[in-house]
Design a protein around this ligand. Structure first.
Ligand code: NAP
Length: 308
């Protein structure tokens, strides 16, 4: 199927273009971006022009930041296109619900992707945890914002989420691992005095069976980067590390299923092909709800200004 990619920036170049090139399902037929393009692919700078000119392309994948992405999604769905959304699926919960209602009314596929859920060992971790009594789960997601988000001013602006931009990846895994519904019970948001969004956050969750669940997100980590989820249950300990790529159980490293399609984004695009074929939606807003709740009930602490 032909597909158009919108917003040719970091994630489009790093992941979407190579995954589409390697996919048996998709052909990258057009790009829409004010500054970016892909060699050999028809390029538009205006989304309206694209929608008019290429009515034969029925599928779009939106790689823009969350705030500008909503208007593009509305136009795409309104013109009957199937839509794939980068994470987070929107800048607010309500706008995602609106997109879902529109997509269902139009009978098009809408896929709110959570790439970290597709990391190699997440399913194995979920399977190991299933049926066990969880005592404790600790998320440590600490990285260097200067290394991963250079020049991305939008990420500090309202709707950009700050440290929750990577932190929501951890929450997307946690909400896949734990079948029991969690809710956020407390949060601390540490925000530079010259920025709108937090540079660090500490979260606590209420668990239906009383497990101790916490998350520590920090964008000030230099040196080794940490993307780790540790769990203690009545039958042992699990560490899901490297953003979900590595798993050890009771200290023993586990192997991934080599038969599985490898790579987070190839798996997202394979799933999107299924959704388009059936005209279905896959929109799980649980990770975004936790972030919204953190902004609602979190205690604010102002910290030193952040300069790149
Ligand atoms: P980015 O490079 O800063 O932006 C992507 C593109 O969006 C830009 O190149 C720009 O293209 C377009 N854009 C930016 N602001 C816009 C605006 N106000 N109006 C219209 N277009 C605008 O961002 P990114 O890192 O690729 O992230 C995009 C999304 O992917 C985010 O939601 C992010 O959370 C998610 N994501 C990022 C990563 C990562 O490693 N960076 C990983 C996974 C997911 P033009 O200027 O050419 O129009």
């Amino acid at each position: 199927m032909d597909l158009a990619l919108v917003g040719i920036g970091k994630i489009a170049r790093d992941q979407h273009v190579p995954s589409l090139d390697a996919s048996p399902d998709w052909k990258l037929a057009a790009t829409i971006s004010r500054h970016g393009s892909v060699d050999g692919v028809e390029q538009f700078t205006s989304f309206e022009q694209f929608l008019d000119a290429r009515q034969d392309i029925r599928v779009v994948s939106l790689c823009l930041p969350p705030v500008p992405r909503f208007d593009y999604a509305v136009q795409a769905i309104a013109t009957g296109r199937h839509v794939m959304l980068e994470k987070p699926p929107g800048a607010s919960v309500a706008e995602c619900q609106k997109l879902l209602a529109m997509a269902r009314a139009q009978g098009v596929a809408l896929y709110a992707t959570w790439h970290s859920r597709e990391a190699a060992m997440v399913d194995a971790a979920r399977d190991w945890l299933a049926g066990q009594k969880l005592r404790k789960l600790t998320v440590t997601w600490q990285e260097d914002v200067r290394r991963w988000h250079p020049g991305q001013d939008w990420i500090w602006e309202p709707g950009g989420l700050g440290v929750f931009d990577p932190g929501i990846n951890a929450l997307s895994i946690v909400t896949k691992l734990l079948p029991d519904a969690l809710h956020l019970s407390a949060a601390e948001l540490i925000t530079p005095e010259n920025r709108q969004c937090p540079i660090a956050a500490k979260l606590r969750f209420a668990h239906p069976h009383g497990a101790d669940i916490r998350a520590d997100f920090d964008w000030r980590k230099e040196g080794d980067q940490i993307w780790r989820i540790e769990a203690e249950t009545d039958s042992g300990r699990m560490t899901l590390d490297a953003g979900g790529a590595q798993l050890s159980i009771n200290g023993v490293p586990q192997q991934s299923d080599s038969a599985a399609l490898s790579g987070e984004y190839p798996r997202l695009y394979a799933r999107f092909a299924e959704l388009v074929a059936s005209g279905s939606c896959d929109v799980d807003l649980a990770p975004l709800r936790h972030v919204a709740d953190a902004f609602m009930i979190g205690r604010r602490e102002i910290t030193a200004p952040f300069h790149e």
